[in-house]
Design a protein around this ligand. Structure first.
Ligand SMILES: Cc1cc2nc3c(=O)[nH]c(=O)nc-3n(C[C@H](O)[C@H](O)[C@H](O)COP(=O)(O)OP(=O)(O)OC[C@H]3O[C@@H](n4cnc5c(N)ncnc54)[C@H](O)[C@@H]3O)c2cc1C
Length: 402
């Protein structure tokens, strides 16, 4: 009793205005926003969700509808054509959309978290006018081309060069695994203006530019198409340079936003699968009783529930602490590594609960399983993120090179 009384008095002395619980709930405004995006997703996107997941083409129609609803550029300042919301709002939008149509969550990603975010942050006025406007209207798609055949996790090994030519640059090199690559209107390509990390920056290459070639499309396990991109003496003028030499660090900090979108989708698709399996477990009867009455099934749900809720807290923490809309590298690494793993494990366990029905393409569970698997690699693999987390743990850098 005495110890409790003492602790209580210490707490009170720090909080003279009375104990205030740590706020772990969404505000009323955030809840209303999520509900209204959810309402749109239910009305417009739920129908056709299965077809969309199995369609190779990018859902341009969904992009236009979302743009018209103000769901693009949610966290961008109004001065650049955004909605003036927060990164947390954009995360909630992914969740609300994915709950009705998992594939459409990619469109929210494209309109808020991907290379579009880097453009919103660093583009010049004329670049905003020429590229960002179209992207925010859902009229164009942009890819980020970082990975190369010899530069995956070690992205700063990239070899694509930008060599001065008159007022512009000639681009030479190749990119792999570029999401939306086969049909993108613009590629935000990471290029080397000079030696070392300081020599890296980025240029915008437009579809149809002379010397820009898209290789034969192939597919990821998720069903998404990608194609090798070739830049053979592609000329870009100075207005197509987004960040010159020394721009790499800025680009990577913008890329932390992409990583949170990736985390949000992992979690949202894990939840989608969990919700479907929960409904199934209540209805599906074997051995004369609903399968949710078997303890072996109940414990799967208990595990999924714990993991999904923990992952959401890490994601929300990273998003809500984002400084100027850009989350910290450490918060992002922790959220992404955890959400990637939890999303995939929840989708996998949900699939198991649903047996053959979960494994079949008649439902979206196997899609969630395939899709969440890719995010453990894309945008910084789980291993690379753990390296980053360990650097935070020991407060020192651990160079990976021999
Ligand atoms: C679905 C999907 C979408 C993608 N979209 C894009 C895109 O739009 N644009 C783009 O540029 N790229 C994209 N990528 C590529 C992605 O960024 C790379 O696949 C990723 O960076 C890993 O590179 P890698 O595949 O070459 O693997 P590698 O770097 O060769 O790594 C192989 C394995 O070794 C591990 N590893 C490597 N180094 C270390 C280390 N130091 N410590 C511990 N483990 C290590 C990795 O984690 C991995 O498991 C996408 C990939 C996927 C799967």
């Amino acid at each position: 009793m005495r110890a409790v009384w003492r602790r209580d008095s210490i707490v009170r002395s720090f909080l003279p205005g009375g104990a205030r619980p740590m706020d772990l709930e969404l505000s009323e405004e955030q809840q209303r926003f999520r509900e209204s995006v959810g309402g749109f997703a239910e009305r417009v996107l739920r129908k056709g969700a299965l077809e969309r997941a199995h369609c190779d083409a990018y859902p341009h129609d969904v992009a236009r509808q979302m743009a018209a609803q103000g769901l693009f550029g949610i966290a961008f300042p109004e001065s650049v054509g955004g909605q003036g919301g927060t990164l947390m709002d954009a995360v909630l939008a992914i969740e609300a959309v994915a709950a009705a149509c998992p594939r459409s969550a990619d469109v929210i990603q494209a309109g808020n978290f991907g290379p579009i975010r880097v453009l919103a942050e660093y583009a010049s006025e004329s670049q905003r006018e020429r590229f960002l406007k179209l992207l925010l209207a859902g009229e164009a798609v942009i890819s980020v081309g970082m990975s190369e055949p010899e530069a995956g996790s070690a992205v700063t090994d990239l070899k694509t060069t930008a060599t001065p030519d008159g007022d512009g640059f000639r681009i030479n090199g190749t990119k792999v695994f570029t999401t939306h690559g086969p049909y993108a209107d613009f590629i935000l390509a990471y290029v080397r203006f000079g030696e070392g990390v300081e020599g890296i920056g980025s240029v915008i290459v437009e579809k149809g530019a002379e010397g820009f070639r898209v290789g034969k499309p192939t597919k990821f396990l998720s069903g998404d198409e990608w194609a090798q991109l070739y830049f053979e003496d592609v000329y870009v003028d100075a207005d197509h340079v987004l960040l010159g030499p020394g721009g790499f660090k800025k680009q990577i900090s913008g890329f932390n936003v992409e990583r949170l979108g990736n985390s949000a989708r992992s979690l949202a698709l894990g939840r989608y699968a969990y919700d479907a399996a929960r409904a199934y477990a209540k209805e599906r009867t074997q051995f004369g009783r609903p399968i949710c009455e078997f303890q072996g099934i109940q414990w799967k749900f208990a595990e999924m529930k714990m993991q999904l809720e923990a992952a959401a807290l890490l994601l929300y923490r990273a998003a809500s602490r984002a400084d100027g809309g850009i989350p910290s590298a450490q918060d992002t690494a922790i959220a992404k590594a955890f959400c990637n793993r939890v999303g995939f494990e929840a989708a996998s366990e949900a699939l198991q609960v649903m047996g053959g029905a979960g494994y079949s393409q008649d439902a979206l569970i196997e899609y969630c399983f395939r899709r969440t698997r890719g995010w453990m690699i894309a945008g910084g693999s789980v291993e690379i993120l753990k390296n980053r987390i360990a650097e935070g743990v020991f407060a020192r850098r651990f160079p990976q090179r021999p």
